[in-house]
Write a protein that binds this ligand. Sequence first.
Ligand code: PA5
Length: 452
Amino acid sequence: MNNIRLDISKAKIFLKEGVFESYGPRAMAALKAVEDGTRAGNDFLGWVNLPSSLTPEFLADIKAEAQLLRENCEVIVVAGIGGSYLGSRAVIEAMSNSFQWLTNKGENPTILFAGNNIGEDYLAELCEFLKDKTFGVINISKSGTTTETALAFRLLRKQCEEQRGKEMARKVIVAITDAKKGAARITADQEGYKSYIIPNNVGGRFSVLTPVGLLPIACAGLDIEQLVAGAKAMEEATSTNIPFDKNISAQYAAIRNAIYMDLGKKIEILANFQPKLHFIAEWWKQLYGESEGKDQKGIFPASVDFTTDLHSMGQWIQDGERSIFETVLSVETTKHSVLFPHDDENLDGLNFLEGKRVDEVNKMAELGTQLAHVDGGVPNIRIIVPEISEYYLGQIIYFFEKACGISGYILDVNPFNQPGVEAYKKNMFALLNKPGYEAESKAIQERLANKK
Ligand code: PA5
């Protein structure tokens, strides 16, 4: 099978000759550090060889548990935030029929997501929706203490036990968390829930190929073996054995840093022309934002869905401040075929497209956009994806993860921590008078009183 491919020709033209190539040795040294574990964050490199180390027995156990949930639940709620849900949501939304959730007809349970916000209306409406449903819960939290997820889990567990009885609830609630610590672990052990361990050395945003991603994806009826096979192919294709001129993760890391450092472009926009890929971009934003935005450095990761957003953000991208570059997920083949229909009146003047595949029109929109944006001074990177399938989604995930590690090291930050995420939590707990936060509460009250 072919691999995903990288086309940087429309980005390189913005750089002086030789600049991109000069990043090659840095990218390969960074890749070596990712593989050898010789730089900061080396205790979080468990994801690097994950695809090749997952055993058939492990995948069979995930599939068996997914089958049990599928047989006993019309709806499965995945409770988790950040790296604990974005990867599975990205794969499930990319692969599922866009409208199945409306009808709930079909062989798959509806997968819903919660615990990723503190929206009271969202939670109220979710609980209301679940009232007459047989539902189960996958509670995902590495720390086991994240407020958003813990709140949703409290509500869902209570409702599940009330609706389905304690014994059935025990069967359809699964925990994915740390081996030893955290409330999620303690509850799972006390209640006898089936549980999976998130390896210590795999951070949330790199955890799609652990039970964090694999169990919800399998529950949606998707082929996790193909997902892992795709990731494994990319693990091989981006290893240190593959030289820079053929190593697409090293090249992607190099080109984005060259554009950032040498051209001063500070925003990377991940664009797609397939609405199903919306959550791949959400996952990607967390991966790159949380990994690289440190020490007052880092490219700001943004995203758009085209052609939808050409009618909202298109003007800015074409003509606004020239601080952006664009990376396009370009899908070669669609699953379905729809032909542009004939209309006798032809009032919209579009009969010249009659009989053409809709995807052909989409492809011309994509090419036209690339030409226009390059003319407008936007460097363009293309990631060419043969089709949206589990196999290629596995490739995309691993490709971006590997490139992210390399890119973070080129930027000289630790891509595997996220110290900045704690700041809002500290303030929120102080404002809510959490026990143990007395000093912070006092300081914050003074600050608010002084309007500082
Ligand atoms: O990438 C990360 O580490 C974070 O985004 C976490 O996944 C997120 O904060 C959720 O944390 P936890 O799984 O501990 O609830």
